[in-house]
Design a protein around this ligand. Sequence first.
Ligand code: TEU
Ligand code: CA
Length: 621
Amino acid sequence: MEITRNTRLKDVIRTASGHDTVARLLYSLGLDLDLITNTPIGLLKLGALEKLSFGKISSSFMDAFIRILNSLGESEFSNEPGQTGIAWWKEAVFYQVYPRSFKDSNGDGIGDIKGIIEKLDYIKYLGADAVWCSPFFDSPNADNGYDIRDYRSVMAEFGTLDDVKQLIKECHDRDIRLIIDLVMNHTSDEHEWFRKALCGDEKYRGYYMWSKKPNNWTSFFSGSAWKYFPQAGEYALHLFADKQIDLNWDNPDVRKEMYDIAGFWLDLGVDGFRLDVVSFISKTEGLPDGDPTVGSLMGFTGIEHYFHGPHLDEYLREFNREVLSPYGAYTVGECPGNGIMMSRMITGDDRGELSQLFSFDHIENPGKKRFDVYDFDLRKMVPELVRWQTEYSDHCWPTLFFENHDNPRICSKADHTGRYRVQISKLIAVLLFTLKGTPYVYQGGELGMTDYPFRDLSEYRDVESLNYFREKTSCGVAEDEAMKMLLYGSRDHARTPMQWSSGKNAGFSDSAPWIGVNPNYTEINAEAEAADPGSVLNCYRSLISLRKTHRTLIYGSFRKIRTSKNLLVYERSGDENFTVVINLTGRRRKNPFSSDSSPVFSNYPDPADALRPYEALIYRR
Ligand code: TEU
Ligand code: CA
């Protein structure tokens, strides 16, 4: 179906790209797709929006918008009700390790592979079945290892290839699977390929994307996405830091290199991959300018040309056929900006692309961006969360996560006062382990670790934060205001050392860590929490074990029960029936769920009639 100004909105959202683009656009305006599905607005023609907006929606924006809507064409995925197949990764609890900040084994202040090995028993004790390890490959660390210089060797600070082989073995000895983090969209500018490209080697020049005249795309880490290289006499594309140069995936040699690298690691025994920004690998041919209005809404200009590019599905299928399937490897793709329908194209079990993906809309409230100064409202997350439970289809399996190494801590985000840290952390655990999908715990989330009280720019380490500060202040934002934005959005909050004990440097290292330890480690740490039955850690452990002993919590169906917008109430049904009641606010609410039985879980130590702030209850019937 060709979308034009005459297409009614309700028809626009029947195609995958139409559905997701409109949903994303509304989301960035703080609105919900319900507006189109549940109100007469759905009957309006696309062109009417232009007239009704009184000039806010320009004709050129509408043109760009219609082009995006038509770019993906019809979606080919099964709408048949399916039968959810059983798989280890649907039953597993994943634990994400950020090696630099997890455990330092040799006292240089930097976490390392041997440190991870030391703590595998802890991961097992928590109840996790699989580890996602952020990149440990040789890297000059412009972006903490997400800028890879050599995909087949290990960063000296982290250890050796033998250490990683040992890690794989020690994981498997404990029945823990290990997936590693492959960055296939870009390499370091210090990678041999790029160095050869700069020396005029035509073969390797063709590995990257060049231009004599850069387009208007912006980088995720501020400024233009193009950097001029005098040796080459041209600009090279970098969607991230200017030391992370985008690979040209339209070149079959590049794809072959990547498949070989994946095979190398699978031969060493890893169980699969988390694929860094894998949805960005295919870019619109000719690299045309991005639409400025789309750019300002999304925060990045040009994104419509690569967030689900023209050959993405084709390349993923090729990757799957060449490497993943033969090894039976699991994959979870990082796919920012892909909504639910386009995600079905990537993860449908009949599509032969990826096992699962991460999409991020639920992580910020509608209309908000990560550096905005605001308290995250859990209520506003519900429509998005529920949609992935009910509309993602039986052919797909959601990921469940609220934290990772790129986002502040969720308990701080939702309550910057810290007053309800314990309740919110446990509430999040209830969502992680009772919703349908594969839970991903980010290191320290299981302790209720919080944001760091950053006061000075010198305390930040992340290239994104530092660039952001520079960009904002150079555009006239006052320094204290820019500091406040960093305090709300910096990725460094998630990267402070794991808090193991109340000992020196939180038990992370014998010497000063590469980034500050949160001063609250004397109270919030694994050792103290292990000894406290009411801790966040013990809550995680008991919910993981509840989930494992009741498969209904894994494979059971999901149904949302309508109540007030202050509560989230849902049912998981199968052999058994679980009802989850969550107060999403910091105020007391009436508990609408009357039951003969008392809850099998509460995030408060004692029972009560009314729901207390952020109370989360699980009933079993
Ligand atoms: O992140 C990609 C990404 O788009 C975002 O998570 C990004 O960091 C930011 O949130 C944009 O608003 C991945 C990695 O997870 C991240 O650590 C890397 O810095 C990035 O790719 C580049 O490799
Ligand atoms: Ca170390």
